[in-house]
Write a protein that binds this ligand. Structure first.
Ligand code: ZN
Ligand code: ZN
Length: 179
Protein backbone atom coordinates (compact mmCIF):
# COMPACT_ATOMS: atom_id res chain seq x y z
CA UNK A 1 0.00 0.00 0.00
CA UNK A 2 1.25 3.49 -0.75
CA UNK A 3 1.52 6.21 1.87
CA UNK A 4 -1.60 8.03 0.73
CA UNK A 5 -3.79 4.99 1.13
CA UNK A 6 -2.23 4.14 4.48
CA UNK A 7 -2.93 7.68 5.68
CA UNK A 8 -6.53 7.61 4.48
CA UNK A 9 -7.14 4.28 6.13
CA UNK A 10 -5.53 5.38 9.39
CA UNK A 11 -7.58 8.59 9.38
CA UNK A 12 -10.79 6.62 8.81
CA UNK A 13 -9.95 4.37 11.74
CA UNK A 14 -9.10 7.36 13.93
CA UNK A 15 -12.37 9.13 13.12
CA UNK A 16 -14.25 5.89 13.78
CA UNK A 17 -12.58 5.59 17.19
CA UNK A 18 -13.27 9.25 17.94
CA UNK A 19 -16.98 8.68 17.35
CA UNK A 20 -16.87 6.27 20.27
CA UNK A 21 -15.34 8.74 22.71
CA UNK A 22 -18.28 10.27 24.63
CA UNK A 23 -16.36 13.45 25.51
CA UNK A 24 -16.14 14.29 21.78
CA UNK A 25 -19.76 13.50 20.92
CA UNK A 26 -20.85 17.14 20.61
CA UNK A 27 -18.00 18.07 18.25
CA UNK A 28 -18.00 17.91 14.41
CA UNK A 29 -15.92 14.70 14.31
CA UNK A 30 -17.38 13.58 10.95
CA UNK A 31 -16.00 16.73 9.28
CA UNK A 32 -12.47 15.60 10.10
CA UNK A 33 -12.73 13.19 7.19
CA UNK A 34 -12.67 16.13 4.74
CA UNK A 35 -9.26 17.36 5.88
CA UNK A 36 -6.58 16.81 3.21
CA UNK A 37 -3.78 14.60 4.51
CA UNK A 38 -0.14 14.91 3.57
CA UNK A 39 3.38 13.99 4.56
CA UNK A 40 6.15 15.97 6.14
CA UNK A 41 9.55 15.95 4.46
CA UNK A 42 11.34 12.65 4.91
CA UNK A 43 14.30 14.36 6.59
CA UNK A 44 12.23 16.17 9.23
CA UNK A 45 13.62 15.21 12.62
CA UNK A 46 11.80 17.19 15.28
CA UNK A 47 8.30 17.48 13.89
CA UNK A 48 6.24 14.28 13.93
CA UNK A 49 3.00 15.73 12.56
CA UNK A 50 1.35 19.10 12.11
CA UNK A 51 -2.08 20.66 11.70
CA UNK A 52 -1.89 23.53 9.20
CA UNK A 53 -4.63 26.14 9.23
CA UNK A 54 -6.14 28.03 6.30
CA UNK A 55 -4.43 31.29 5.35
CA UNK A 56 -5.40 34.15 7.61
CA UNK A 57 -6.88 31.94 10.33
CA UNK A 58 -5.29 32.51 13.69
CA UNK A 59 -4.68 29.63 16.07
CA UNK A 60 -6.95 31.22 18.65
CA UNK A 61 -9.80 31.51 16.14
CA UNK A 62 -10.07 27.88 15.04
CA UNK A 63 -13.70 26.92 15.12
CA UNK A 64 -13.53 23.52 13.44
CA UNK A 65 -12.16 21.28 10.69
CA UNK A 66 -13.20 23.82 8.02
CA UNK A 67 -10.40 26.11 9.23
CA UNK A 68 -7.78 23.46 8.55
CA UNK A 69 -5.80 23.40 5.31
CA UNK A 70 -4.17 20.03 5.92
CA UNK A 71 -2.71 17.63 8.43
CA UNK A 72 0.78 16.34 7.64
CA UNK A 73 2.33 13.24 9.18
CA UNK A 74 5.95 12.13 9.09
CA UNK A 75 6.36 9.46 6.37
CA UNK A 76 8.53 7.36 8.70
CA UNK A 77 5.47 6.92 10.94
CA UNK A 78 3.61 5.17 8.13
CA UNK A 79 5.72 2.03 8.19
CA UNK A 80 4.28 -1.09 9.85
CA UNK A 81 6.26 -0.59 13.06
CA UNK A 82 4.97 2.92 13.65
CA UNK A 83 1.44 2.96 12.27
CA UNK A 84 -0.23 2.81 15.66
CA UNK A 85 1.80 5.87 16.62
CA UNK A 86 0.75 7.55 13.36
CA UNK A 87 -2.88 6.94 14.36
CA UNK A 88 -2.23 8.67 17.67
CA UNK A 89 -0.52 11.56 15.83
CA UNK A 90 -3.62 11.94 13.66
CA UNK A 91 -5.79 11.92 16.76
CA UNK A 92 -3.61 14.65 18.29
CA UNK A 93 -3.80 16.83 15.14
CA UNK A 94 -7.53 16.17 14.78
CA UNK A 95 -8.06 17.52 18.29
CA UNK A 96 -6.32 20.71 17.14
CA UNK A 97 -8.61 20.71 14.10
CA UNK A 98 -11.64 20.57 16.37
CA UNK A 99 -10.62 23.90 17.87
CA UNK A 100 -8.31 22.89 20.70
CA UNK A 101 -5.40 24.98 19.51
CA UNK A 102 -2.86 24.82 22.33
CA UNK A 103 -1.49 22.05 24.52
CA UNK A 104 -3.31 23.16 27.64
CA UNK A 105 -4.81 20.95 30.31
CA UNK A 106 -8.09 20.47 28.43
CA UNK A 107 -6.14 19.36 25.38
CA UNK A 108 -3.98 16.92 27.36
CA UNK A 109 -7.05 15.44 29.04
CA UNK A 110 -8.67 14.83 25.66
CA UNK A 111 -5.43 13.46 24.27
CA UNK A 112 -5.29 10.96 27.13
CA UNK A 113 -8.64 9.50 26.00
CA UNK A 114 -6.95 7.80 23.05
CA UNK A 115 -7.51 4.11 23.85
CA UNK A 116 -4.14 2.83 22.58
CA UNK A 117 -2.01 3.37 25.66
CA UNK A 118 1.15 2.06 24.02
CA UNK A 119 0.81 4.42 21.07
CA UNK A 120 0.47 7.36 23.46
CA UNK A 121 3.90 6.58 24.85
CA UNK A 122 5.73 6.10 21.55
CA UNK A 123 6.71 9.72 20.91
CA UNK A 124 10.10 9.48 22.54
CA UNK A 125 11.17 6.28 20.80
CA UNK A 126 9.95 7.64 17.47
CA UNK A 127 12.12 10.72 18.06
CA UNK A 128 15.13 8.50 18.67
CA UNK A 129 14.26 6.49 15.57
CA UNK A 130 14.27 9.68 13.47
CA UNK A 131 17.60 10.81 14.92
CA UNK A 132 19.23 7.52 14.06
CA UNK A 133 18.11 7.92 10.49
CA UNK A 134 20.17 11.11 10.35
CA UNK A 135 23.45 9.31 10.82
CA UNK A 136 25.00 9.91 7.44
CA UNK A 137 28.70 9.64 8.21
CA UNK A 138 31.07 7.45 10.13
CA UNK A 139 34.30 8.99 11.35
CA UNK A 140 36.59 6.03 11.23
CA UNK A 141 40.08 5.54 12.62
CA UNK A 142 42.24 3.97 9.90
CA UNK A 143 44.40 2.31 12.55
CA UNK A 144 42.07 0.76 15.14
CA UNK A 145 38.93 0.88 12.95
CA UNK A 146 36.90 2.48 15.71
CA UNK A 147 33.78 4.23 14.28
CA UNK A 148 31.86 7.28 15.42
CA UNK A 149 28.37 7.87 14.01
CA UNK A 150 27.82 11.47 12.96
CA UNK A 151 25.34 13.55 11.01
CA UNK A 152 28.12 15.61 9.37
CA UNK A 153 31.47 15.01 7.73
CA UNK A 154 34.49 15.31 9.98
CA UNK A 155 36.65 16.82 7.24
CA UNK A 156 39.85 15.60 8.82
CA UNK A 157 39.48 17.79 11.90
CA UNK A 158 39.28 15.05 14.51
CA UNK A 159 41.71 12.45 15.79
CA UNK A 160 41.23 9.02 17.33
CA UNK A 161 41.60 9.33 21.09
CA UNK A 162 43.66 6.18 21.37
CA UNK A 163 45.79 6.31 18.23
CA UNK A 164 45.97 10.10 17.71
CA UNK A 165 45.41 9.40 14.01
CA UNK A 166 43.17 11.67 11.94
CA UNK A 167 39.71 10.10 11.52
CA UNK A 168 38.51 9.57 7.96
CA UNK A 169 34.95 10.07 6.69
CA UNK A 170 32.98 7.09 5.46
CA UNK A 171 29.58 7.79 3.94
CA UNK A 172 26.78 5.53 5.17
CA UNK A 173 24.67 4.00 2.47
CA UNK A 174 20.98 4.98 2.32
CA UNK A 175 19.97 1.37 2.93
CA UNK A 176 21.91 1.15 6.13
CA UNK A 177 20.43 4.38 7.44
CA UNK A 178 16.87 3.29 6.81
CA UNK A 179 17.19 0.16 8.91
ZN1 ZN B 1 -0.08 19.63 19.04
ZN1 ZN C 1 42.28 4.54 16.58
Amino acid sequence: MDDERILTQLANNVVHTMHQIPQLSLLPVSELQNIPLGRLRRDATRLHAVCRYQKGVKKSEISGPGDVRCVDVHPAALTNDWQRYAAFLLYHEFLHALGFAGHDKTFRNLEALWPDLKARGMGKSFGTHLQKRCVKWLWKCPQCSKEHQRTRRGRGRYRCRECQIVLIDVKQSENLRDQ
